[in-house]
Design a protein around this ligand. Structure first.
Ligand code: XUL
Length: 542
């Protein structure tokens, strides 16, 4: 049996097909379509539409649909698999982004014509033809309004798992309703990117599930249903416009006639889609609270399973649902791959040169610190972009390479402390997990073993595994996750990097310097020179 997982991320769409035949378990198809390169007509840069306001980040739901259409065609045409044997499909998408459909969408979805490309048929079905995405930071006012309406940041965090965040869907919906009341009134259904793409596959409005719905500031984190107070406070008549929230492994429907007639797919089940981070929980086999996942993609995220709901008392992170039915703590740093990329390009390096710079510079970087806020940062919150350097020459290429990576890993470590005792093992995924030297810094900063897996797109693999799990669960009792993951997400075929004890001790000292710099840059602490000098003496200058 074949199962298809799709992952619609900020910059690309990935498809992964797995085969489960008796004891044979293998990834048999993997393909990525880069939005900028493959769909230049939309004019995106790194998957984002141009904007004069640096706080605004939007993308095109039509482009995502066109990418889905192209990908399904490529799967159907691939000589390496028989796509008619794909039994179930699931997917994941960048979190928080929202798609606004008008009253014509329901009928249009139901009657998609297999002779006409999908995107052409969706024109006219949007109440707003762009979609705000997770990189948007323009809704500070709406965050404050929402928080105050439900009794303050802590009340909102207790209720929904997070204080109000600019990129979360509730504040984004409120901003749209205020800015364009007519467009909002004509919105019949608001989807997340995940449920929008699932809807295209089934030709009807798909439900949400708690993993992705918890990224909206609108879901009751304990019950997994809409939090009426938050929904009412967000925008008028909102409850009616939201999809229902089903269990993560529910079958949303079967593949619409469009896909069967246009490409010859079977009537495969479509299991509810989730967010990319919750999907990576499955794709990295994360079932144990002692283990964390670090995803080094457009955003860098750190997350671990939680047995109970709760909230981050420092208000930096989130508690989300996850597709295994429990909860997860998550922090998200916006300046991930694009910041690494900027430093690499500024010094004219290729990725081999970037790795070489890490090899040639000492752990702790002689106490030199960079805050790589090329764009406004989410964790820690920094609404104004601007790279800060402490004791670091902006012309010293190798030291800047080390500084950006060390800062990213220290931000993940320091802001995830609220999740409990440090993890013993970290599962690494995302594009930069290909880079051994980056992962060594990750291991050393956290003092944890780092495992990297053969399949680097854990969200896409998680989606394929969720398709398999949901398909079995639809026919009988839900199978155990251990059985589903076996052979795909086990230490076999993975590589383990151990931390270097000496380096970990240096990073314990450097963390004090890093925290002092963060506090200073955010206007919450004094000039950090004395701390930096002490730390430099402590870790030495070799
Ligand atoms: C998580 C977040 C990002 C996106 C990236 O809260 O905003 O990690 O999910 O796709």
């Amino acid at each position: 049996m074949l199962y298809l997982g799709l992952d619609s991320s900020t910059q690309s769409l990935t498809a992964i097909v797995i085969a489960v035949e008796g004891s044979r378990r293998a990834v048999v198809f993997e393909r990525t379509l880069d939005f900028d390169a493959e769909f230049p007509a939309y004019g995106t840069a790194h998957g984002v539409l141009p904007s004069a306001d640096p706080l605004v980040a939007r993308s095109s739901p039509l482009m995502w649909a066109e990418a889905l259409d192209r990908m399904m065609g490529l799967i159907a045409a691939s000589p390496s698999i028989d796509h008619r044997r794909i039994h179930a499909i699931s997917g994941s998408a960048q979190q928080h982004g929202s798609v606004y459909l008008n009253a014509s969408a329901t009928d249009r979805l139901r009657h998609l014509d297999p002779d006409t490309p999908l995107a052409a048929q969706l024109r006219g079905t949007f109440a707003w033809d762009t979609a705000p995405i997770w990189m948007d930071a323009s809704t500070a006012t709406e965050c404050a309004e929402l928080a105050s309406a439900v009794g303050g940041p802590e009340a909102l965090a207790r209720l929904t798992g997070s204080r109000a965040f600019e990129r979360f869907t509730g504040p984004q919906i409120r901003a749209f309703a205020k800015r364009d009341p007519g467009g909002y009134a004509s919105t019949e259904r608001i989807h997340l990117v995940s449920s929008y793409l699932a809807s295209l596959l089934i030709g009807a409005h798909a439900p949400l599930e708690p993993g992705d719905a918890s990224g909206m500031n609108l879901m009751n984190i304990a019950t997994g249903d809409w939090a009426e107070e938050a929904v009412t406070a967000t925008a008028p008549d909102l409850r009616r416009k939201l999809p229902q929230i089903d269990r993560s492994w529910s079958v949303a429907g079967t593949l619409a006639p469009y896909w069967r007639q246009r490409y010859g797919f079977a009537d495969a089940r479509v299991v509810s889609w989730t967010g990319d981070n919750p999907s990576s929980v499955v794709g990295t086999g994360l079932a144990h609270p002692d283990v964390a996942t670090v995803s080094l993609g457009t955003s860098d995220t750190f997350f671990r399973i939680m047995p109970r709901p709760g909230f981050d008392p420092t208000f930096a992170g989130h508690v989300l649902g996850n597709p295994m039915g429990t909860w997860m703590g998550l922090i998200c740093c916006r300046n991930g791959s694009l910041a690494r990329e900027r430093v690499r390009a500024d010094f004219g390096l290729d990725w081999a040169g970037f790795s070489d710079a890490l090899r040639r510079t000492p752990a702790g970087n002689q106490g030199r610190i960079m805050l790589p806020w090329f764009e406004p940062e989410i964790t820690p919150p920094a609404s104004r972009a601007g790279v800060r350097r402490y004791g670091l020459e902006s012309t010293d290429g190798p030291a800047n390479v080390r500084a950006v990576v060390e800062a990213q890993m220290m931000a993940l470590a320091s802001h995830s402390r609220w999740m409990g005792t440090p993890p013993r093992v970290i599962h690494a995924t995302g594009g930069a997990a290909a880079n051994r030297e980056v992962l060594q810094v990750l291991a050393d900063v956290h003092g944890a073993d780092v495992l990297r897996f053969e399949v680097r797109n854990a969200a896409g693999l998680g989606a394929a595994l969720r398709a398999y799990h949901g398909d079995l669960a639809a026919d009988g009792p839900a199978p155990s996750w251990d059985d589903v993951l076996a052979g795909f997400v086990t230490p076999t075929g993975s590589e383990r990097l151990a931390p270097n004890g000496g380096n970990t001790r240096r990073y314990e000292a450097l963390m004090r310097a890093y925290t002092a710099c963060e506090d200073h840059a955010r206007g919450r602490g004094p000039v950090p020179t004395p701390v930096l000098e002490r730390v430099r003496r402590e870790i030495g200058s070799d």
